[in-house]
Design a protein around this ligand. Structure first.
Ligand code: GLC
Length: 575
């Protein structure tokens, strides 16, 4: 069936014709879509309590449609005690009170579709909240019970079971085991949590767990949700023997985003996860006959063995997976080329599209990353890498955006990336909410710096985000970066994104999977997409001439009379 493409009056010209070109159509829309990540708590607050919510998203749908993205991914909005910003789900079929109601969620899904956009939710299958009814029942039940068999409960080691069952580490710091509170006898078991203690890991060997998540998927797909981002897709299956990790396998406190992947790891990237994804894929395909067509998955899979991402994207498994190597890549033409090549080659072998990403709610924002020498681990490691060169970071982040949006495949834009927001490094200690801050004994500040609410206008106190003080304070100078300020500024980062997304949607050259490299000299990354488009990025310190006869479609910074300055990207129509 044809997708509905009715646009709201606000986006129609006086003559009733739409002013925006069509969105990617058909079942395979995810192969080349631009998907905007909404971290709901920080996007827009409709209720006036300082916390973003569904009402806020609804009020800003015209902004997102105008920006020119194809789909939205909304981070977890489910009922949750918010020990990890909602990645601790207490009820997968209910909405957290601070975000709204299920009825509002259903209305939002419809409205998103009426704007010609698609909507992807966040599925958190590795763990639940410790307040999930299953975990409450497990805690109250006896060792060996069916209630405990949905999680990983084990007796401790040591004379009185006072030591954790093995040496696994939590991604957020400290041991990955907590002893059941309230049990004082020597029978007291421990439970596994690869993240915070409030996030007990589910046992995916248990058929009940599999059936429950199949049902959760159908619950949301039945409501028109177009796809799911799979949280910690590499972590669901554990070695049931729960062997110790050798010391040399330890990395930064078990950090899922760092360290070297290893074969036979007892909890990351185990072969068993693929059977789960084959089952989910069948569920997604079973919607092919519906109005919205088959549904899609995008995997968050950090710790996979080399070349391993493609295994998640084999036919009949997941559809796309974030390429985190791209954002970790140093600011260097050769390194970038190798990173892009590796990803395209590996994925073409399984027929999957590339998926590019420059930031997320977990990572240092590009302006800060490129403004401090590109150290993407900075925020996670807690290292102070010195002052941020905002001007350099902004310049490179803008060039990186044009690079990303010129590549074949799909791309994700994390809210605020289109405004060129930097991280907020000086949040007061008392405001920090990321569990990493507490778990690291206040050593690592965690991810709150990239989660500060968006500046929409210059109005105090919430810069248009909220009528109340936002849950994390915004720097007052951000009013210069607000949507309102940037809309009125021709060379702004927001204007760049709008123009780039429009060109990407309207020019045939951006479609398809082809890319050919062009030799443009040292420090210059250059490639063509068919005959109609070339992208050049200058990673060198010198200004270089552009090819003669070419026409400039868009550049990330002003050109110097048909010459490309350092840290600048350009889209050209070849002569
Ligand atoms: C993913 C999420 C992150 C969360 C973690 C545990 O990495 O992106 O925000 O803390 O999973 O659910």
């Amino acid at each position: 069936m044809k997708e509905r493409r009715r646009l709201p009056a606000a986006h129609e010209t006086a003559g009733g014709r739409t002013s925006r070109p069509a969105r990617p159509a058909g079942q395979d829309w995810w192969r080349h879509a631009v998907i905007y990540q909404i971290y709901i708590r920080s996007f827009a607050d409709g209720s006036g309590d300082g916390i973003g919510d569904i009402a806020g998203i609804r009020s800003r749908l015209p902004y997102l449609a105008e920006l020119g993205v194809d789909a939205l991914w909304i981070t977890p909005w489910y009922s949750s005690p918010m020990a990890d910003g909602g990645y601790d789900v207490a009820d997968h079929r209910a909405i957290a009170a601070e975000f709204g109601t299920l009825a509002e969620a259903e209305e939002l899904i419809e409205e998103v579709h009426r704007h010609g956009l698609r909507i992807v939710l966040d599925l958190v299958p590795n763990h639940t909240s410790d307040r999930h009814p299953w975990f409450a029942a497990a805690r109250a039940a006896r060792p060996g019970s069916v209630e405990r068999a949905r999680y990983w409960f084990r007796p401790g080691r040591g004379r009185d079971g006072e030591l954790p069952p093995n040496d696994w580490r939590s991604v957020f710091g400290g041991p990955a085991w907590t002893r059941v509170a309230g049990e004082t006898d020597t029978q007291a078991e421990w439970y596994l949590h690869l993240f915070a203690p409030e996030q007990p890991d589910l046992n995916w060997d248990n058929p009940e767990v599999r059936a429950e998540f199949a049902s959760i998927l159908r619950f949301w797909f039945d409501r028109g949700v177009d796809g799911m981002r799979v949280d910690v897709a590499h972590g669901l299956v554990k070695d049931p023997l729960l062997p110790d990790l050798a010391v040399d396998r330890h990395d930064l406190d078990g950090d899922e985003s760092g360290g070297k992947p290893v074969a036979g790891h007892p909890h990351w990237d185990r072969d068993g996860v693929h059977q789960i994804y084959r089952e989910w894929s069948a569920i997604a395909r079973s919607y092919a006959h519906t109005d919205r067509g088959a549904r899609m998955f995008v995997a968050e899979a950090w710790r996979v063995r080399p070349g391993g991402l493609a295994r998640y994207l084999r036919p009949g498994e997941l559809h796309t997976a974030f390429n985190f190597d791209f954002l970790k890549c140093p600011w260097d033409a050769e390194a970038m080329r190798a990173c892009i090549d590796d990803h395209l080659t590996a994925l073409s072998e399984v027929g999957a599209p590339a998926t590019w990403v420059l930031s997320s709610h977990d990572l240092t924002r590009p302006v800060t990353r490129y403004g401090t020498g590109g150290d993407w681990t900075r925020r996670r490691s807690g290292l102070d890498t010195g002052a941020v060169d905002i001007a350099l970071g902004t310049r490179r982040a803008r060039a990186a955006a044009l690079l990303m949006l010129a590549l074949p495949g799909s791309a994700y834009v994390y809210q605020g990336e289109e405004l060129g927001l930097p991280d907020v490094d000086d949040l007061p200690d008392h405001a920090l909410q990321d569990p990493i801050w507490r778990r690291s004994g206040h050593r690592v500040r965690g991810r709150d710096g990239c989660r500060v609410p968006l500046p929409w206008s210059g109005a105090e106190p919430g810069l248009g985000f909220s009528a109340a003080a936002p849950w994390l304070p915004q720097p007052s100078w951000w009013r210069r970066l607000s949507v309102r300020a940037q809309t009125a500024t021709p060379g702004s980062t927001l204007t760049l994104y709008r123009r780039a997304l429009r060109l990407r949607r309207t020019r045939a050259a951006f479609r398809g999977a082809s890319l050919h490299w062009i030799d443009a000299g040292d420090g210059i990354l250059a490639f063509g997409r068919g005959a109609g488009l070339e992208c050049l990025v200058n990673f060198s310190a010198r200004t270089v001439p552009l090819p003669g006869g070419s026409t400039v479609l868009l550049s990330s910074s002003p050109l110097e009379s048909h010459r490309l300055p350092p840290d600048t990207a350009v889209w050209l129509r070849p002569g």
